[in-house]
Design a protein around this ligand. Structure first.
Ligand SMILES: NC(=O)c1ccc[n+]([C@@H]2O[C@H](COP(=O)([O-])OP(=O)(O)OC[C@H]3O[C@@H](n4cnc5c(N)ncnc54)[C@H](OP(=O)(O)O)[C@@H]3O)[C@@H](O)[C@H]2O)c1
Length: 272
């Protein structure tokens, strides 16, 4: 699996399995096992997904060495504040059953408390149970606040991104690039909403690839980490079979121009 180097010099695998809305229990365990079998080395979970235990169990059951798998989890909105964050992290790592997580993210830029929360994440890196820390759903304004007040710069910013929500987010993407924050694309398949788009089918046909693979490849060629979710073993395998073709410059430009500000989840644009 291809990796990207973070500002901390550690590597992050470019395609990760997302497990949002992946049912706790066998569904998530089997999805993670199928992903590791297919060659994924990166799993993206969160406290609020309720499936941290399944992610940890599947990694152990897979036989793949822990050191080869990049595991991300996220702090939920109710747990902001310095002490609450430290306690929430203890719960997450114990649910995962792991000695450390590779990446711990603030899930959402909760007003007022988020700087104290960031300080707690900085603290967590000191005892080795968290390798890297970052943020999610942070737009340029939220990132600038961290740059102004905190000594540690996030390694990663995980935001919703697809060709249908790209130019709208360019200022955030460009700020991240400028200061070396890796951008992760969540809901890269638009939660399935645009998979029937004729533009994707046309480009996919030219390469013998599906619409989903075109969307994932688009994210890769923009140097994003990309986090497709599936619980179906065939689609899980398909979603990482994206390193044997390239989109042309013209195809990338056509995809970039599909932006319509499509937000499929929550929109941080109004968060002060
Ligand atoms: N930080 C945040 O606030 C945040 C928010 C949202 C998501 N995320 C992360 O990003 C990940 C992905 O986003 P998402 O779960 O919202 O949606 P997504 O990956 O854009 O789309 C998932 C949907 O596409 C289907 N699908 C997957 N592969 C397919 C393929 N090859 N062909 C056809 N359909 C396919 C899945 O169904 P099947 O499962 O049945 O295959 C599911 O319905 C999440 O799981 C999570 O890790 C983070």
């Amino acid at each position: 699996m291809k990796t990207i180097k973070m500002r901390t010099r550690r590597q992050i695998p470019q395609v990760g399995l997302g497990v949002y809305k992946s049912e706790p229990g066998p569904t998530t365990r089997n999805a993670v096992l199928a992903a590791l079998e297919a060659g994924y080395r990166h799993i993206d979970t969160a406290m609020i997904y309720n499936n941290e235990p399944d992610v940890g169990e599947a990694i152990k059951a897979s036989g793949v060495d822990r050191s080869e798998v990049f595991v991300t989890t996220k702090l939920w909105n109710d747990d902001h504040g310095y002490d609450n964050t430290l306690a929430a992290f203890d719960r997450s790592i114990s649910q995962l059953g792991l000695d450390y997580v590779d990446l711990y993210l603030i899930h959402w830029p909760v007003p007022v408390l988020r700087l104290d929360t960031w300080r707690a994440l900085e603290r967590l890196t000191l005892d080795g149970r968290v390798r890297d820390i970052g943020v999610s759903n942070y737009l340029a304004t939220h990132i600038n606040e961290i740059l102004e007040y905190a000594p540690v710069v996030p390694a990663v910013n995980q935001i919703e991104l697809s060709p249908y929500l790209y130019r709208t987010r360019l200022d955030t993407i460009e700020l991240c690039r400028e200061i070396g924050i890796v951008v992760e694309a969540y809901s890269p398949l638009t939660k399935g909403r645009k998979l029937d788009d004729a533009v994707l089918a046309g480009i996919g046909n030219a390469h013998g690839k599906s619409a989903a693979q075109v969307l994932i490849r688009w994210a890769i060629q923009h140097d994003f980490v990309v986090l497709p979710k599936s619980v179906n073993p065939d689609r899980i395998a398909q979603n990482c079979a994206v390193f044997d073709f390239s989109l042309t410059d013209d195809e990338m430009t056509r995809l970039d121009s599909l932006d319509e500000g499509l937000v499929t989840g929550w929109d941080p644009a109004d968060v002060a």
